[in-house]
Design a protein around this ligand. Structure first.
Ligand code: FDA
Ligand code: NAD
Length: 444
C-alpha cells in the first residue's frame, strides 16, 4: 500500500527546490493543494543551497546556518522553508531513501517500506562524493577525523573536527579541485596549517589554464598553504580510530590532525541503470530534460543533456546554476499537457567560486586557445594584490567559446556571458585580446 502523486521529485537538493518553486510559479497551486506533488529526499531537511556548505557554513564565526540558506535564496529568490512547502501543499517526504524504482510500472519503493506511484517523475538525485577506497586508499573513510563534503551532515562533521583541533594543527586536503580549493581556504580561516595533495600538474586542472592556476597557487601559498603536486596519498596511518598521517606514493609522510577529501563526484544513477538510457556517467535526456522514458525527467548533476551552444554536444555539468536552470526547464516541460510548452533548453554553462577575498566566474567551454588578460603575476610584489582583476578568453575558429574573470563587476560578468552566448568574433586573437583584454568584451 502506498500513496499516489501526479508529480514526484526524487531527491531533495538544489534542483528539487527550484523545481518546486517553478511548479507554483507556473500556476500549479491548486494541483499542489490537491496533494499532487511530493519531494522524496534522504536528507533530513528541505532543499538548501549546497554551495554554502563549503563557504559560509565553514566560517570560524557567524557561519551560515539553516533555515537561512534554503533554496531559492542563492538566486536572490524566495526562501522555501518547511512552512512554505506546507503552505503550498507540496508533500516533503524527508529522511527517506528511495531504494528501487520501476519505471515501467511508475512506482518507487522507499526505505520506509512504502510504494509510491507517480504519473511524472523528476529525477534530481545529484551526485555523491568519491570515497578514498575507490582510489585504493583503504580504511580512512570511517576515521573520526576524515571528512568529505557533500551534504549538511558532512559539513557538520567537518566543522566539529575543525573546531576540535588546536590552532596551527595539520590539515591534509586530498584533491586539488573545487572542494580542495574551497576547503583549503576555509581551513586556513580556521587557523589550520594546510597541505593540499593532488596528482595533477596544477590546481583545478579541468578548468584553469596553468597560468590561472599559478595565480591561485601563489595566492594560497601567501596564506601559508603548501601544495604537493604530481603524487597521491597511498595510505593513511590510523591510531585509535583517527588518522595521524597520510603516506604519499613517493614515500613522504604528512602528519595529519584531520583530512579533507575532495576527489570528485559520481552521479547517483544506480536506481535507473538498465531502465533508462545513460551517457557521460549520467541519465541521458533530450532538450526538454526528458529521459528515454517519456514520463521521467532528469535534472541537475545527474542529467546529461544537449548543450546547444556546443553544437548539441551532450554534457553533464556538476554546478548549481545548471541544477537551477535544468530544474525550471524540466518542470515547464513536464507540465506541458496542462501549461506552457517549452522549447529545447538553451543553456550557457556557468560556474563560479569564492575563496578568501577572491571571487571568479566562468562561462561557456574552455576549449580552443586561451588568451589571458590582466595581471596574473604578483611574484615581484611583497604580498598578493588585495583586489586582483584578470581572466582569460578561450577562442576557437575566430570566436569566443569561454570566458573566465576574477574580481569582475556585475556589468563585466554580464558582458562575458553575452560574449559567450553570442560567440563574439575575434578577428586577431594575439593582438586584439592581449592589447584590449576585458575592454574588448565589455565594449562589444
Ligand atoms: P544535489 O546533490 O543538490 O541533491 C541531490 C539530492 O538527492 C540530495 O538531497 C540527496 O540526498 C538526494 N538523493 C539522492 N539519492 C536519493 C535516493 N535514492 N533517495 C532519496 N534521496 C536521494 N556549484 C557551483 O556552481 N558553485 C559553487 O560554489 C558550488 N559549491 C558547492 C559546494 C559543495 C560542498 C558541493 C557538494 C557542491 C557545490 N556546487 C557548486 C555544486 C552544486 O551544489 C551541485 O551542482 C548541485 O547541488 C546539484 O544539484 P542537484 O539537485 O542535482 O543535486
Ligand atoms: P573535482 O572533480 O573538482 O576535483 C577532483 C580532484 O581530485 C582533482 O584535483 C583531481 O586531480 C583529484 N584527484 C583525483 N584522483 C585523485 C587521487 N587519487 N588522489 C588525490 N587527488 C585526486 O571534484 P571535487 O573537488 O571533489 O568536487 C566534487 C563535486 O562538487 C563536483 O561535482 C564539483 O563540481 C562540486 N563542487 C563545485 C563547486 C563550485 O562549482 N564552486 C564547489 C565545490 C564542489
Amino acid at each position: 500500500m502506498g500513496r499516489a502523486f501526479c508529480y514526484v521529485i526524487l531527491g531533495g537538493g538544489v534542483a528539487a527546490g527550484y523545481a518546486a518553486l517553478q511548479f507554483i510559479r507556473l500556476g500549479c497551486e491548486t494541483a499542489a493543494q490537491a496533494g499532487e506533488f511530493c519531494i522524496i529526499s534522504d536528507e533530513a531537511v528541505p532543499p538548501y543551497e549546497r554551495p554554502t556548505l563549503s563557504k559560509g557554513y565553514l566560517f570560524p564565526e557567524g557561519g551560515a546556518r539553516l533555515p537561512a540558506f534554503h533554496t531559492c535564496v542563492g538566486a536572490n529568490d524566495q526562501l522555501l522553508d518547511a512552512d512554505w512547502y506546507r503552505e503550498y501543499g507540496i508533500e516533503l517526504i524527508l529522511g527517506t531513501k528511495v531504494i528501487s524504482v520501476d519505471v515501467r510500472r511508475k512506482t518507487l519503493d522507499t526505505s520506509a517500506g512504502e510504494t509510491i506511484s507517480y504519473e511524472r517523475l523528476i529525477v534530481a538525485t545529484g551526485a555523491r562524493a568519491v570515497k578514498l577506497e575507490e582510489i585504493g586508499v583503504n580504511g580512512g573513510s570511517d576515521a573520526e577525523n576524515v571528512c568529505y563534503l557533500r551534504d549538511i551532515a558532512d559539513a557538520d562533521k567537518l566543522v566539529r573536527v575543525m573546531r576540535s583541533c588546536p590552532a596551527g594543527a595539520d590539515a591534509v586536503v586530498v584533491g586539488g579541485g573545487y572542494i580542495g580549493m574551497e576547503c583549503a581556504a576555509a581551513l586556513v580561516a580556521n587557523r589550520m596549517k594546510v597541505t593540499v595533495v593532488f596528482p595533477g600538474k596544477h590546481l583545478m586542472a579541468n578548468l584553469f589554464t596553468p597560468k590561472i592556476a599559478e595565480f591561485y597557487e601563489n595566492y594560497y601559498e601567501s596564506k601559508g598553504v603548501t601544495f604537493i603536486k604530481g603524487t597521491a596519498v597511498s595510505s593513511l596511518q590510523i591510531s585509535s580510530g583517527k588518522v595521524t598521517a597520510a603516506i604519499l606514493r613517493d614515500g613522504r609522510r604528512l602528519p595529519a590532525d584531520m583530512v579533507v577529501v575532495g576527489i570528485g563526484a559520481r552521479a547517483n544513477t544506480e536506481l535507473f541503470e538498465g531502465q533508462l538510457a545513460m551517457e557521460k556517467g549520467g541519465i541521458k535526456v533530450d532538450g526538454q530534460m526528458r529521459t528515454s522514458d517519456a514520463s521521467v525527467y532528469a535534472v541537475g548533476d545527474v542529467a546529461a543533456f544537449p548543450v546547444k551552444l556546443l553544437g548539441g554536444e551532450v554534457r553533464r555539468l556538476e554546478h548549481v546554476d545548471c541544477a537551477r536552470m535544468t530544474a525550471r526547464h524540466a518542470v515547464a516541460g513536464a507540465l506541458e499537457p496542462l501549461g506552457p510548452i517549452t522549447g529545447e533548453i538553451n543553456y550557457v554553462p556557468f560556474f563560479y567560486s569564492r575563496v578568501f577575498a577572491l571571487s571568479w566566474r566562468f562561462y561557456g567551454d574552455n576549449a580552443g586557445e586561451a588568451v589571458h588578460f590582466g595581471d596574473l603575476d604578483f611574484s615581484a610584489s611583497p604580498s598578493p594584490p588585495s583586489a586582483p582583476k584578470f581572466g582569460a578568453l578561450w577562442v576557437r575558429a575566430g570566436r569566443v567559446t569561454g570566458a573566465f574573470l576574477e574580481g569582475g563587476s556585475p556589468e563585466e560578468y554580464e558582458a562575458l556571458a553575452r560574449a559567450v552566448r553570442r560567440r563574439t568574433t575575434v578577428p586577431d586573437v594575439a593582438v586584439l585580446l592581449a592589447r584590449w583584454g576585458l575592454a574588448f568584451i565589455v565594449q562589444d
